[in-house]
Design a protein around this ligand. Structure first.
Ligand code: B12
Length: 192
């Protein structure tokens, strides 16, 4: 934890843009962690340690991400879908969006479709983003699209997470998909 704290503080002190720290530093680190885990070269304790390091890093970077002149250019409601407690990727997306000047409402993990609908309505969101990291929870993204359309919401529905892809997004009628936190910013910009 001391290492991540010092490294992030050094990067911030060196005026490296927060988005670069996330994308080129922390994000790459998590990609490597995911790969090593998939290859059974590291195990749960190391994953939990990496998750905690990531949480701390994003917390330290948070204040530097507050939107330039305080006025946001739109609100995005983000959450991990029902049954899914994976949060790191969603948190990275939240940080990148905040860094790009959007107001982000983070619903947190394990969120039912209705919570996304309520969130979009309550915050007059321009988009909602549903993160799913497991093949078993991917289907909840479909439910979210259905509930959002039923509600008549004009907010765009974005989907993402490791098992998700453009083909799936098209199949369930989502408005957008991106493979990573940098691309989500361009995706949201494309709707304006
Ligand atoms: C870290 C991790 C955990 C941590 C999560 C900690 C946390 N606070 O998030 C812990 C240890 C808690 C965990 C638990 C579990 N995990 Co896990 N976990 C992972 C791991 C290793 C890395 C995920 C990660 O953080 N990646 C780094 C981030 C930065 O990448 P990302 O999430 O893909 O996000 C990026 C993009 O996908 C995209 N994105 C993400 N969300 C969104 C949303 C939108 C709208 C958009 C546009 C883009 C977008 O942008 C992000 C940033 O670039 C993956 C392995 C893997 N290869 O993904 C397994 C993995 C996802 N876990 C898995 C499993 C099975 C579980 C457990 C069920 C294990 C168990 N048996 O108990 C539980 C889940 C319980 C539950 N109900 O959710 C499986 C899922 C298998 C499957 N295909 O269904 C995986 C793939 C591991 C494996 N190979 O088996 N896990």
């Amino acid at each position: 934890m001391t290492l991540v704290r010092n490294t992030v503080n050094e990067a911030l002190a060196a005026d490296i843009p927060p988005a670069d720290i996330i994308r080129d530093g922390l994000g790459k680190g998590m990609d490597r962690i995911s790969k090593l885990f998939d290859e059974a070269k590291i195990f749960l304790p190391q994953i939990v340690a990496a998750s905690k390091a990531m949480d701390l890093a994003l917390e330290l970077i948070g204040p530097s991400l507050t939107e330039g002149n305080g006025t946001s250019i739109g609100t995005i409601v983000m959450g991990s879908v029902r049954g899914d407690i994976h949060e790191i990727g969603k948190d990275v997306c939240c940080a990148m969006l905040k860094g790009a000047g959007y107001k982000v409402i983070d619903l947190g993990p394990d969120q039912a479709p209705e919570r996304f609908v309520e969130g979009a309505r309550k915050h007059c969101a321009m988009a909602i983003g549903a993160s799913a990291l497991m093949t078993t929870t991917l289907v909840v993204q479909k439910e979210i699209v259905v509930e959002m359309r039923k509600d008549g919401s004009s907010a765009k529905v974005l989907v993402g997470g490791a098992p998700c892809c453009q083909q799936w997004a098209d199949e369930i009628g989502a408005d957008g998909y991106s493979a990573n936190g940098s691309a989500i910013v361009n995706l949201v910009r494309s709707f304006v």
